[in-house]
Design a protein around this ligand. Structure first.
Ligand code: NAD
Length: 360
């Protein structure tokens, strides 16, 4: 079967690592017509728009996309295009598996966790009021009146909306993922002891959904600060972890750290009928065009994409080939070597070539 997939190379190191992933997918024997779309800082400089409408149209049409990272300039007028893509396409679930591969340098072995992060609500909803603005003073007065509590002069305000429908939807996604992937347990993470009406609601919804899966998937909850400590001390106790947006962002990076860092952390943003696959890491602008960075997170994101389109056998072949290259440790990038200045480290292209060779 021939697939049409939207390919967004991104900017910074994006084009190099997406090229590596594309070559690996093709070498695995999957027949793809890539619908290449530009988004990010580079196209913004040329056209003034970092996310042209054609990109969204292409993803809506093809339903599957793979994307390199894009740079979000700090302090410029444009909000993250990643946040916009997730919101506009209804990609409410961010799926980040964190798995140990032999040969990766990490303090931990045998990690096999899946982080499932809510992608559209919470403090990342983008509802913010700047310190000193007229509207902010109005919001502060209204909140003071409604809550009977004072807010310090000159405060900035960020709003944290968490809905029952959004919470049920992400928790159900986590349980369905667990059932389909033969996982044993879902842990809901929150700070319900402090934020009763937002995290408390998330927890209440999680318990409600968990009842539907009783006897099939175990359920428990953890307070987020305790969860951080537990993941460092005994990660083997956890399996699928479901969280609201902000905690999900933080815990994803913590879990990436358990399995060897950002170079090894793949991800997917999934909605009801659209899925967009991308590495957890960013565009690392200082390495742009240097053929230096690790393509593994992007290749593993492609493996997730192949499983999503049910090309399971080809996905497993690609994953096994990457695992064998990492285990041998010869054809790997600088970040996977014991000494980061090891002259035997290979470049992005050469590591991808070694993976392709290992599939033959
Ligand atoms: P980053 O992930 O781009 O880089 C941080 C550091 O991690 C790099 O300097 C590098 O040392 C290392 N690193 C990252 N990817 C690597 C790889 N594949 N191989 C080896 N080392 C790697 O994070 P940042 O510097 O905070 O962000 C840079 C830009 O990326 C920002 O504009 C940010 O907004 C954007 N960003 C985009 C996405 C996305 O598009 N999904 C995600 C995160 C950050």
């Amino acid at each position: 079967m021939k697939y049409t997939i939207t390919l967004i190379p991104g900017d910074g190191i994006g084009p190099e690592i997406t090229d590596a992933a594309v070559r690996c997918v093709e070498a695995a024997g999957v027949d793809v017509k890539w619908d290449v779309c530009r988004a990010g800082g580079d196209i913004m400089k040329e056209t003034g728009d970092p996310l042209p409408k054609e990109v969204l149209d292409s993803i809506r049409k093809n339903k599957i996309a793979i994307k390199g990272p894009v740079t979000t300039p700090v302090g410029s007028g444009f909000r993250s295009i990643n946040v916009k893509l997730r919101k506009d396409l209804g990609l409410y679930a961010c799926l980040r598996p964190c798995k140990s591969y032999k040969g990766v340098r990490s303090r931990y072995k045998d990690i096999d966790l899946v982080v499932i992060r809510e992608n559209t609500e919470d403090l990342y909803a983008g509802i913010e009021f700047e310190k000193g603005a007229k509207v902010t003073k109005k919001v502060i007065r209204a909140v003071e009146e409604a809550s009977g509590k004072a807010i310090a002069d000159g405060s900035g305000i960020s709003i944290k909306p968490i809905s029952a429908s959004g919470s049920r939807r992400i928790v159900r996604f986590a349980f369905e993922y667990a059932v389909k992937n033969n996982r044993k347990k879902v842990t809901a993470v929150h700070k319900a002891n402090i934020m009763k009406y937002t995290d408390g609601l998330f927890l209440e919804c999680a318990k409600e959904v968990a009842r539907e899966y009783e006897g099939r998937v175990e359920f428990e909850d953890r307070i987020v600060d305790n969860m951080c400590m537990q993941l460092i001390q005994k990660p083997e106790l956890y399996d699928c972890i479901v969280l609201p947006n902000l905690y999900g962002d933080i815990i994803s990076d913590l879990c990436a750290g358990l399995v060897g860092g950002l170079g090894m952390a793949p991800g997917a943003n999934i909605g009801d009928d659209i899925a967009l696959f991308e590495a957890t890491h960013g565009s690392a602008p200082k390495y742009r065009g240097k053929n230096k960075v690790n393509p593994s997170a992007m290749i593993l994101s492609a493996v997730m994409m192949l499983r999503h389109i049910k090309e399971n056998e080809k996905a497993s072949r690609l994953e096994a080939a990457l695992a064998s290259v990492i285990e041998k440790g010869a054809s790997v990038t600088y970040d996977m070597k014991k000494d980061r200045n090891d002259p035997s480290a290979v470049g992005t292209k050469e590591m991808a070539a070694a993976v392709i060779k290992a599939m033959k």
